[in-house]
Design a binder for this molecule. Structure first.
Ligand SMILES: [Zn+2]
Length: 256
C-alpha cells in the first residue's frame, strides 16, 4: 500500500476531543504518511505547533482564518511570527477572505489577509488560502502581494477563476467535495489543471467524501478522494498518490 500525505487537517477541532491522540500517534493505520495541521486562530495555531513538536510526520501551519480576524490582539503578527519559528512549521494558514457570512468586515479581512501574506513572504513560507464567495478580491490581493507559493484550499470556484490562478502559479487543494454528485464545476476544473498543481486534503473534521458524506471526516477517508481524483485525471491510484505526494513535498518543502 502506498501511503498518502494529507495536506490540510484540523485535529485540534473539538470533534476529535475523544480520540485525537489515536490519530496523531498512528497515522499509518489510516494509510497516511503525514499531515499538516492547519491553524485557524492564535490558539489553534499554537496547538498545531505542539502537535508538530510531539508527533512524527505531523507538520504545522499557523495563521488566522478570515472569520476569526474580528478580535485579534494588536501584536497578532508578532505572535504568528514567533509561532512560525517553531520546528516543523511549514506554512502560513489558513488565511484569506470569506464573504459567505456577513459577520466580519470585508476591509478588515482584506487587511489581515494582506498582512499575513507579507509575513509568509518575509518568512519564506508558502500560504494556505481559504477563499469563499470572494474570488475577485482574492485575485486582486494575490496579484498585488505576489506570494512565492500558495494553495487555494478546498477549491470551489469556476474554471475561469482557476485559469487566472494558474497564471499566478497557484496550487489547488481538493477535499471530499470532489466526490459529491453535485461537484460538476470542480470536476471540470480538476480535468483542466496541470498534474503538478494538485494537492489532496481532508480538511477534517469537515468535508467527508462519499460514501461518508455528512459524517465526521478523518484522514482514513482520504483514499476515497484520491480515487476520485485519479479517475478524473485518468491515472492509476498508485500513480496518482505518487504525484500528489510529490506535489505536497514540493509545496511544503519537506521530505515525505
Ligand atoms: Zn481548513
Amino acid at each position: 500500500m502506498e501511503f498518502i500525505f494529507d495536506t490540510h487537517a484540523h485535529y485540534d477541532d473539538p470533534a476529535f476531543d475523544a480520540d485525537r491522540l489515536d490519530f496523531l500517534k498512528d497515522l499509518q493505520s489510516c494509510g497516511i504518511k503525514g499531515i499538516v495541521n492547519v491553524g485557524a486562530d492564535i490558539k489553534t495555531s499554537q496547538l498545531s505547533t505542539e502537535y508538530a513538536e510531539h508527533f512524527n510526520n505531523v507538520f504545522a501551519a499557523v495563521g488566522v482564518y478570515p472569520q476569526n480576524v474580528g478580535n485579534l490582539p494588536d501584536n497578532y503578527l508578532d505572535i504568528l511570527e514567533e509561532l512560525a519559528q517553531k520546528q516543523k512549521v511549514v506554512a502560513l494558514g489558513e488565511i484569506g477572505l470569506d464573504y459567505h457570512y456577513d459577520t466580519v468586515d470585508k476591509k478588515l479581512q482584506q487587511r489581515c489577509f494582506e498582512e499575513q501574506l507579507e509575513l509568509a513572504k518575509n518568512l519564506n513560507l508558502p500560504a494556505i488560502i481559504h477563499s469563499r464567495d470572494a474570488a475577485e478580491d482574492t485575485l486582486a490581493i494575490l496579484k498585488n502581494t505576489k506570494p512565492q507559493r500558495f494553495v487555494v484550499h478546498c477549491f470551489s470556484y469556476s474554471l475561469e477563476v482557476a485559469k487566472q490562478l494558474v497564471a499566478l502559479d497557484c496550487y489547488f487543494g481538493f477535499t471530499g467535495v470532489i466526490t459529491f454528485k453535485n461537484a460538476k464545476k470542480s470536476v471540470e476544473v480538476l480535468k483542466e489543471l496541470p498534474l503538478n498543481r494538485i494537492l489532496v486534503e481532508t480538511d477534517c473534521p469537515y468535508m467527508a467524501p462519499e460514501p461518508n458524506r455528512g459524517k465526521r471526516c478523518d484522514s482514513s477517508m482520504l483514499r476515497f478522494t484520491v480515487q476520485k481524483i485519479a479517475q478524473i485525471k485518468g491515472l492509476q491510484n498508485l500513480e496518482m498518490i505518487k504525484s500528489l505526494n510529490k506535489n505536497a513535498s514540493e509545496f511544503y518543502k519537506i521530505n515525505i
